[in-house]
Design a protein around this ligand. Structure first.
Ligand code: CA
Length: 661
């Protein structure tokens, strides 16, 4: 997880508190993992078929101790206060993940925050996880604070070391840390060396050095916990070629590891199908186990601790509604993908589902706790180690809306998903959320709002629900008669769901196939005056100004490019009109490129277009074109490239003929 910053605020000077130590007492092992389905849940969970008994159902709970020190209380499903690890075990989790930073404290011993997760913290969490029959998954960042694709700082004490010495220190540190866990009687199931190490680790960026350090950590694990699995961990599975490269590098430098793990955050990390394919390929190619090491999903768009969240209601990629059921369905589908979408999938770990607000009174009160106990993502004391990010943007929890506990410490119903995926929970789906509507309407035409909206059901299916919009016919008529604009109309769907309709009024475009989205040229026509190698309609979203299609030209010989692309518009009401069109491209040399308008074949306007470089679209506008009754308007683009050389190319898109206002 890449932690996003909140708001920069002046540092309050507070004294540090050391973490409470509860070592020493004898641990009673209590196997609380339910062997049967939790009855009475309203969660609509489809069973995950082929789910192995020993599948890793994990929860990263690294910040629990700092949370408890800050006064947070956790409750069981019965509403009574109880050890949060007992509740997690009761919910069907069998593994607790904890991050370990080497030395997350400043010279005065004040914690950097993010749970102040040193090895002592891991021991405390490990003992409690073990007490309730769960195993520990230890996540060594090999840094003094957050390590993710954006930063992989070496620990302070290792700053001056070369890669070989860092590898030696890694072996020593991992070994000592694991011995402390072993001594405390902690059941360790997996050890992860490096966190989201996308091409960097411990301040090193050559794969030879990275692999040497990972290998040292894996060796330490094999010596202390020979039965534990060793894991590597990366982020951004949507970049399949990067993942293939990471796996190939680990192989090339002979790293002896067991599990290739990935983060999967649905807002940023591509589709589940892609995740399955990418991990499956690596698992098969290198004979490795694969898993999702971090995932989470928002159950609300609201923040609860006065410190902004990584994900909020306006998030554009939102495959499930931000509800408790949406969160559960997301987790269910991630588990299903790891079980059935890849051959060697062994587990899913939810990230920081226990990290909730430390208070609901004020930012000031929470800030005091974040600073004192490290329960925010970063304290001001992190400035000495990470001045550019934590030092400026320190604050509270950025994922409290993705937790699986409510702000009051009570477990959300979604937490039961880890148990219910084993059996399925066949309750009747009910409407859970409604999808907002977007309309684009031509100015001057009637605005017809839909009579139903799509309701997302608790099983993630969709039904149509009747809706009543809070807008008068007169108001809609005004919108239609006005200029281009964006309006929001509120509505109420059956069952009391609030819904929004965004209405975009746009000038009517008299051109047909104005952005080539039909996939054909017609009714455009090309007049070829030269002999360009390629002149056609192309389907490539990244080269289109909008949609996925555009008109493409390319030539092996620059001065062979000489053509026009035009369209006739007939039966226009008499009046004034405008024509716009856009172009981009490159390598066109001395070129003469322009948009033009002809009325009954006679030039009525011309506007130059410039081709510069990839992605830099130039838009021409010809305005005030007078069209008498019964005349034909012809609009187009003329492109003529001159000079020696090869490779002149370009893309034309988004043409429009509108009434002038
Ligand atoms: Ca927050």
């Amino acid at each position: 997880m890449r932690i996003r910053r909140g708001i920069a605020l002046a540092a309050a000077c507070l004294t540090a508190a050391s973490l409470c130590s509860c070592a020493g007492q004898k641990i009673e092992i209590e196997n609380a993992v339910p062997s049967s389905k939790i009855e009475g849940s309203t969660l609509c969970v489809r069973k995950v078929e082929n789910l192995p008994e020993d599948f890793i159902m994990g929860m990263d709970a690294s910040s629990v101790i700092a949370e408890e020190n800050s006064g947070v209380k956790y409750f069981g499903f019965d509403g009574q206060e109880q050890d949060v690890f007992k509740t997690l075990a009761e919910a069907g989790l069998n593994t607790i993940r904890v991050r370990v930073w080497n030395d997350p404290f400043d010279p005065e011993g004040r914690g950097y925050g993010g749970g102040n997760c040193d090895i002592n913290n891991a021991v405390m969490i490990g003992r409690r996880a073990t007490q309730y029959g769960m195993s520990l998954l230890v996540d060594f960042h090999l840094s003094d604070f957050w390590a993710d694709p954006g930063k992989q700082f070496a620990p302070k004490a290792w700053a001056e070391l070369d890669a070989e010495s860092k590898a030696k220190e890694t072996k020593r540190f991992v070994k000592e840390s694991l011995k402390a866990l072993k001594k405390a009687g902690v059941s360790v199931r997996m050890v992860q060396i490096g966190n989201e190490t996308n091409g960097k680790l411990c301040g090193e960026s050559s794969w030879e050095s990275i692999c040497r350090i990972i290998q040292a950590g894996c060796e330490a694990c094999r010596e202390v916990f020979p039965k534990a699995l060793t894991a590597v961990h990366f982020a951004n599975p949507e970049k399949a070629s990067s993942y293939a490269n990471y796996a190939a590098s680990l192989n090339e430098y002979g790293v002896d590891y067991d599990v290739f793990a990935s983060s999967y955050y649905p807002y940023w990390h591509g589709t589940l199908e892609n995740l399955g394919e990418v991990l499956n390929n690596i698992g098969r190619s290198y004979n490795k186990k694969v898993m999702v090491m971090e995932t989470s999903y928002a159950y609300t768009g609201e923040d609860s601790d006065f410190s902004g969240n990584t994900i909020s209601a306006g998030e554009s990629v939102k495959p499930y509604p931000f509800t408790v059921h949406g969160q559960a369905n997301c987790v269910r589908d991630v588990i299903d993908t790891v079980v059935n979408g890849m051959e060697n999938g062994i587990g899913v770990v939810y990230w920081e589902g226990t990290w909730i607000t430390v208070g609901t009174e004020s930012w000031e009160k929470n800030h005091e706790l974040w600073e004192k106990y490290g329960s925010g993502w970063a304290s001001s004391y992190a400035a000495s180690y990470d001045p550019e990010d934590a030092g400026k943007y320190y604050g509270g929890c950025a994922v409290d809306n993705q937790a699986m506990f409510a702000p009051d410490g009570k477990p959300l119903e979604s937490l039961r998903v880890f148990n219910l995926v084993r059996y399925g929970n066949d309750v009747s789906p009910t409407p859970d959320a409604v999808e907002d509507v977007e309309l684009t309407v031509d100015l001057g035409s009637e605005i017809a709002l839909p009579q139903t909206v799509a309701a997302v059901m608790t099983d993630n299916s969709r039904i149509a629900l009747p809706v009543v919009w809070d807008v008068s016919a007169e108001r809609l008529a005004q919108m239609s008669a006005g200029g281009p604009a964006v309006y929001t109309v509120n509505g109420a769907a059956e069952g009391g769901f609030a819904v929004k309709c965004t209405i975009r009024t746009v000038a009517f475009n008299y051109l047909e196939n104005s952005g080539f989205e039909s996939g054909r040229l017609e009714p455009w026509r090309v007049t070829e005056r030269g002999s360009a190698s390629e002149l056609y309609v192309e389907n490539k979203a990244t080269d289109s100004l909008s949609g996925t299609w555009h008109f493409h030209f390319w030539s092996s010989k620059r001065n062979s490019v000489d053509f026009s692309l035009e369209q006739d518009v007939t039966a226009l009401p008499a009046g004034k009109y405008s024509f716009t069109v856009s172009i981009m491209g490159g390598d066109c040399g001395a070129a003469e490129i322009y948009a033009y308008a002809l009325v009954d074949g006679i030039e009525a306007g011309r506007a130059p277009l410039v081709i510069t470089s990839y992605g830099n679209w130039d838009t021409a506008l010809i305005d005030g074109i007078e069209i008498p009754e019964g005349s034909v308007l012809t609009v187009g683009v003329s492109v003529k490239c001159e000079g020696e050389g090869s490779g002149a190319w370009g893309k034309i898109d988004e043409a429009a003929v509108n009434s002038s206002h």
